[in-house]
Design a protein around this ligand. Structure first.
Ligand SMILES: [Mg+2]
Ligand SMILES: [Zn+2]
Length: 210
Protein backbone atom coordinates (compact mmCIF):
# COMPACT_ATOMS: atom_id res chain seq x y z
CA UNK A 1 0.00 0.00 0.00
CA UNK A 2 1.42 3.36 -0.95
CA UNK A 3 1.88 6.12 1.60
CA UNK A 4 -0.89 8.73 1.67
CA UNK A 5 -0.22 12.11 0.06
CA UNK A 6 -2.58 14.13 2.25
CA UNK A 7 -2.59 13.97 6.04
CA UNK A 8 -5.68 15.27 7.83
CA UNK A 9 -4.74 15.83 11.46
CA UNK A 10 -6.97 16.41 14.46
CA UNK A 11 -5.69 19.17 16.78
CA UNK A 12 -6.38 18.64 20.52
CA UNK A 13 -4.84 15.40 21.76
CA UNK A 14 -3.08 14.86 18.42
CA UNK A 15 -0.89 17.95 17.98
CA UNK A 16 -1.23 19.57 21.41
CA UNK A 17 -2.11 18.52 24.95
CA UNK A 18 -5.86 18.06 25.06
CA UNK A 19 -7.83 20.25 27.45
CA UNK A 20 -10.11 18.46 29.93
CA UNK A 21 -13.53 17.39 28.58
CA UNK A 22 -15.80 20.39 28.13
CA UNK A 23 -12.84 22.78 28.26
CA UNK A 24 -11.04 24.49 25.39
CA UNK A 25 -7.69 25.97 24.45
CA UNK A 26 -8.90 29.56 24.62
CA UNK A 27 -5.64 31.49 24.42
CA UNK A 28 -2.23 30.94 22.82
CA UNK A 29 -0.57 30.42 26.21
CA UNK A 30 -2.78 27.38 26.84
CA UNK A 31 -1.42 25.63 23.75
CA UNK A 32 1.33 23.05 24.39
CA UNK A 33 2.60 20.91 21.52
CA UNK A 34 2.99 17.19 22.21
CA UNK A 35 6.47 15.65 21.96
CA UNK A 36 7.54 14.61 18.47
CA UNK A 37 4.73 16.48 16.71
CA UNK A 38 6.90 19.14 15.05
CA UNK A 39 9.38 16.51 13.87
CA UNK A 40 6.58 14.36 12.46
CA UNK A 41 5.05 17.27 10.53
CA UNK A 42 8.51 18.32 9.32
CA UNK A 43 8.95 14.81 7.92
CA UNK A 44 5.62 15.11 6.12
CA UNK A 45 6.61 18.52 4.70
CA UNK A 46 9.96 17.23 3.50
CA UNK A 47 8.43 14.21 1.79
CA UNK A 48 5.96 16.38 -0.12
CA UNK A 49 2.85 15.54 1.87
CA UNK A 50 0.02 18.00 2.38
CA UNK A 51 -0.85 18.60 6.04
CA UNK A 52 -4.35 19.82 6.90
CA UNK A 53 -5.64 20.31 10.45
CA UNK A 54 -9.35 19.63 11.05
CA UNK A 55 -10.64 20.50 14.52
CA UNK A 56 -13.93 20.71 16.42
CA UNK A 57 -14.05 23.92 18.50
CA UNK A 58 -17.53 24.08 19.94
CA UNK A 59 -16.32 26.50 22.61
CA UNK A 60 -16.98 29.25 20.07
CA UNK A 61 -20.66 28.32 19.71
CA UNK A 62 -20.89 28.03 23.50
CA UNK A 63 -19.62 31.58 23.90
CA UNK A 64 -16.55 30.44 25.85
CA UNK A 65 -14.17 31.87 23.26
CA UNK A 66 -14.37 34.09 20.20
CA UNK A 67 -13.32 33.46 16.61
CA UNK A 68 -10.49 35.91 17.27
CA UNK A 69 -9.36 33.80 20.24
CA UNK A 70 -9.38 30.72 18.00
CA UNK A 71 -7.42 32.57 15.32
CA UNK A 72 -4.83 33.61 17.92
CA UNK A 73 -4.45 30.00 19.08
CA UNK A 74 -3.94 28.85 15.50
CA UNK A 75 -1.43 31.64 14.94
CA UNK A 76 0.55 30.33 17.92
CA UNK A 77 0.24 26.77 16.60
CA UNK A 78 1.68 27.71 13.21
CA UNK A 79 4.39 29.89 14.83
CA UNK A 80 5.48 27.11 17.19
CA UNK A 81 5.69 24.64 14.33
CA UNK A 82 7.45 27.12 12.03
CA UNK A 83 10.10 27.70 14.72
CA UNK A 84 10.88 23.98 14.35
CA UNK A 85 10.81 23.96 10.56
CA UNK A 86 7.31 22.49 10.22
CA UNK A 87 4.40 23.89 8.23
CA UNK A 88 0.65 23.41 7.97
CA UNK A 89 -1.03 23.75 4.58
CA UNK A 90 -4.41 24.66 6.07
CA UNK A 91 -6.48 24.63 9.25
CA UNK A 92 -10.23 24.02 9.22
CA UNK A 93 -12.35 24.40 12.36
CA UNK A 94 -15.97 23.58 13.13
CA UNK A 95 -17.11 26.24 15.60
CA UNK A 96 -20.72 25.07 15.75
CA UNK A 97 -22.98 23.38 18.27
CA UNK A 98 -23.62 19.65 18.08
CA UNK A 99 -26.24 18.62 15.49
CA UNK A 100 -26.21 22.14 14.01
CA UNK A 101 -23.96 21.72 10.99
CA UNK A 102 -22.43 19.25 8.58
CA UNK A 103 -18.84 19.79 9.61
CA UNK A 104 -18.60 18.77 13.26
CA UNK A 105 -16.65 15.51 13.33
CA UNK A 106 -17.62 12.63 13.05
CA UNK A 107 -19.26 14.27 10.06
CA UNK A 108 -16.94 14.66 7.07
CA UNK A 109 -17.67 18.33 6.28
CA UNK A 110 -14.28 19.76 7.25
CA UNK A 111 -12.45 17.19 5.13
CA UNK A 112 -14.85 17.76 2.25
CA UNK A 113 -14.30 21.51 2.42
CA UNK A 114 -10.56 20.94 2.22
CA UNK A 115 -11.05 18.65 -0.78
CA UNK A 116 -13.08 21.40 -2.47
CA UNK A 117 -10.32 23.92 -1.78
CA UNK A 118 -7.56 21.50 -2.86
CA UNK A 119 -9.15 19.59 -5.76
CA UNK A 120 -6.13 17.35 -6.18
CA UNK A 121 -6.77 15.65 -2.82
CA UNK A 122 -8.13 12.17 -3.52
CA UNK A 123 -9.82 10.58 -0.49
CA UNK A 124 -8.20 7.24 -1.27
CA UNK A 125 -4.82 8.95 -1.16
CA UNK A 126 -5.47 10.63 2.20
CA UNK A 127 -5.46 9.62 5.84
CA UNK A 128 -7.25 11.06 8.88
CA UNK A 129 -5.30 10.84 12.15
CA UNK A 130 -6.85 11.65 15.51
CA UNK A 131 -7.20 10.59 19.12
CA UNK A 132 -10.96 9.86 19.17
CA UNK A 133 -13.40 7.64 17.30
CA UNK A 134 -15.08 10.80 16.06
CA UNK A 135 -11.92 11.53 14.05
CA UNK A 136 -12.00 7.98 12.72
CA UNK A 137 -15.68 8.39 11.82
CA UNK A 138 -15.01 11.61 9.92
CA UNK A 139 -12.22 9.99 7.96
CA UNK A 140 -14.29 6.95 7.11
CA UNK A 141 -17.25 9.11 6.05
CA UNK A 142 -14.92 11.10 3.78
CA UNK A 143 -13.41 7.92 2.33
CA UNK A 144 -9.89 8.30 3.72
CA UNK A 145 -7.74 5.83 5.57
CA UNK A 146 -7.86 6.28 9.34
CA UNK A 147 -5.49 6.13 12.29
CA UNK A 148 -6.51 6.28 15.95
CA UNK A 149 -3.88 7.54 18.36
CA UNK A 150 -4.25 5.35 21.43
CA UNK A 151 -2.42 2.71 23.40
CA UNK A 152 -1.55 -0.33 21.29
CA UNK A 153 -4.25 -2.97 21.18
CA UNK A 154 -7.18 -0.59 21.65
CA UNK A 155 -10.26 -1.76 19.74
CA UNK A 156 -11.16 0.75 17.03
CA UNK A 157 -12.88 1.20 13.70
CA UNK A 158 -9.61 2.72 12.47
CA UNK A 159 -7.35 1.01 9.94
CA UNK A 160 -4.43 1.44 12.32
CA UNK A 161 -3.86 2.24 15.99
CA UNK A 162 -0.63 4.10 16.79
CA UNK A 163 0.75 5.49 20.04
CA UNK A 164 1.29 9.04 18.78
CA UNK A 165 1.64 11.13 15.64
CA UNK A 166 5.32 10.32 15.22
CA UNK A 167 4.60 6.58 15.31
CA UNK A 168 1.68 6.94 12.89
CA UNK A 169 3.78 8.90 10.40
CA UNK A 170 6.62 6.38 10.61
CA UNK A 171 4.26 3.50 9.83
CA UNK A 172 2.39 5.32 7.06
CA UNK A 173 5.58 6.44 5.33
CA UNK A 174 6.82 2.87 5.50
CA UNK A 175 9.77 3.40 7.82
CA UNK A 176 8.55 0.71 10.20
CA UNK A 177 5.91 -1.99 10.07
CA UNK A 178 3.01 -1.73 12.54
CA UNK A 179 4.87 -4.15 14.79
CA UNK A 180 7.80 -1.77 14.93
CA UNK A 181 10.18 -3.99 12.96
CA UNK A 182 11.88 -3.01 9.70
CA UNK A 183 9.61 -3.56 6.73
CA UNK A 184 12.10 -3.71 3.86
CA UNK A 185 13.08 -7.35 3.66
CA UNK A 186 14.62 -9.63 6.21
CA UNK A 187 18.26 -10.49 6.84
CA UNK A 188 19.35 -13.74 5.11
CA UNK A 189 18.37 -16.89 6.95
CA UNK A 190 15.33 -15.45 8.67
CA UNK A 191 11.87 -16.88 8.27
CA UNK A 192 9.85 -15.23 5.49
CA UNK A 193 6.10 -15.31 5.21
CA UNK A 194 5.17 -18.52 3.42
CA UNK A 195 7.90 -20.52 5.15
CA UNK A 196 6.67 -23.36 7.33
CA UNK A 197 7.24 -22.81 11.01
CA UNK A 198 7.96 -25.81 13.27
CA UNK A 199 4.92 -27.42 14.81
CA UNK A 200 4.81 -28.27 18.50
CA UNK A 201 5.91 -31.85 17.68
CA UNK A 202 9.22 -30.49 16.42
CA UNK A 203 9.92 -28.58 19.61
CA UNK A 204 12.42 -30.39 21.77
CA UNK A 205 11.88 -30.82 25.51
CA UNK A 206 13.46 -28.09 27.56
CA UNK A 207 17.19 -28.53 28.06
CA UNK A 208 17.73 -30.91 25.12
CA UNK A 209 19.72 -29.77 22.14
CA UNK A 210 19.62 -30.96 18.58
MG1 LIG B 1 -8.65 15.23 19.62
ZN1 LIG C 1 -19.64 22.71 12.02
Amino acid sequence: MTAPRTFFLDRDGTLNISPAPGRYVRSPDELTLLPGVAAAIRTLNRTGRRVVVVTNQRGVARGLMSLDDLAAVHERLTESLRAQGAFLDAVYACTHHEFACRCRKPQPGLLQRAMADFPDIAPGDAVMIGDTESDVGAGRAAGTRTVLLAEPGRASAADLVAADLRAAVDVLLGDVSPGGTPSRGLPPGQVRSGDVLPTSRDVLPKGERR
